[in-house]
Design a protein. Structure first.
Length: 249
């Protein structure tokens, strides 16, 4: 391959979990801008899913909004059946959907713990397992959305940090399990500013701690996903921090 060339994504199909809002929407639109047809799941964001589907369609590619409770194994199975009926071949799986929660260590309930792992880890596993045959056939790629919290321990997010660390390990295990046909990598964001004013003090705190003196954006995460979508096939099993150097502090 010419060293200056980038593989074209035009005409390919991607599935983005939690792709209707926030970082997932940014990823969905970045893929659509690159000519990718985008299917995405959502749970409670029906209106936002309609808006995202229209935004994708305006970019001249196909969109497919799929309601799915990723905590429910049978719902995941039904969603993948519907996807297979609509899409001839899947090229990219972006396991983006996730739950984030702040809890003092002693206040974490078993329900909190189980939901965190059901969404952040088990859903990614079920999607990876369910899409593996299609992705092997297309020599596709998987990108998981991890977290700096899966690398650095946060005292008030023990269940979140543990789930994201598990997702990072799932990335590396599935990279070995699905090789040589499928590359599997992970983007691990640090503090991402998504315009939520109630978190302004937290954002200011982490901006000061970050070597680049700023917080990240959803677009930063989406660009990192696009890197893994187009990077050399020789890259797999990697955890890419997108944190402005926060992990160094």
């Amino acid at each position: 391959m010419n060293i200056s060339s980038t593989p074209s994504l035009s005409g390919k199909w991607a599935l983005v979990t939690g792709g209707a809002i926030r970082i997932g929407r940014e990823i969905s639109l970045a893929l659509a801008h690159a000519g990718v047809n985008v299917a995405f799941t959502y749970r409670r964001s029906a209106k936002e899913a309609e808006d995202t589907a229209r935004a994708i369609a305006r970019l001249g590619v196909r969109s497919l909004a799929l309601p799915c409770d990723l905590r429910d194994q049978s719902a995941v199975h039904r969603t993948l059946q519907k996807l297979a009926a609509e899409v001839a071949g899947l090229d990219l799986l972006i396991n983006n959907a996730g739950v984030y929660q702040t809890r003092d260590f002693g206040a974490i309930s078993i329900e909190d713990w189980d939901e965190m792992f059901a969404v952040n880890v088990r859903a990614a596993f079920l999607m990876t397992q369910g899409c593996a045959t299609q992705l092997r056939a297309t020599h596709g790629r998987i990108v998981n959305i991890g977290s700096l919290g899966g690398i650095r321990p946060w005292a008030t997010h023990a269940h979140y940090c543990a789930s994201k660390a598990a997702l990072h390990m799932l990335t590396q295990a599935s990279a070995k399990a699905l090789a040589p046909e499928v590359a599997v990598n992970c983007v691990a964001p640090g503090m991402i500013d998504q315009g939520e004013s109630e978190h302004s003090s937290t954002l200011a705190h982490f901006r000061q701690k970050t070597p680049l003196q700023k917080n990240g954006s959803a677009a930063d995460v989406a660009q990192a996903v696009m890197f893994f979508a187009t990077c050399p096939e020789f890259i797999t099993g990697q955890i890419l921090g997108v944190d402005g150097g926060l992990a160094l502090s």
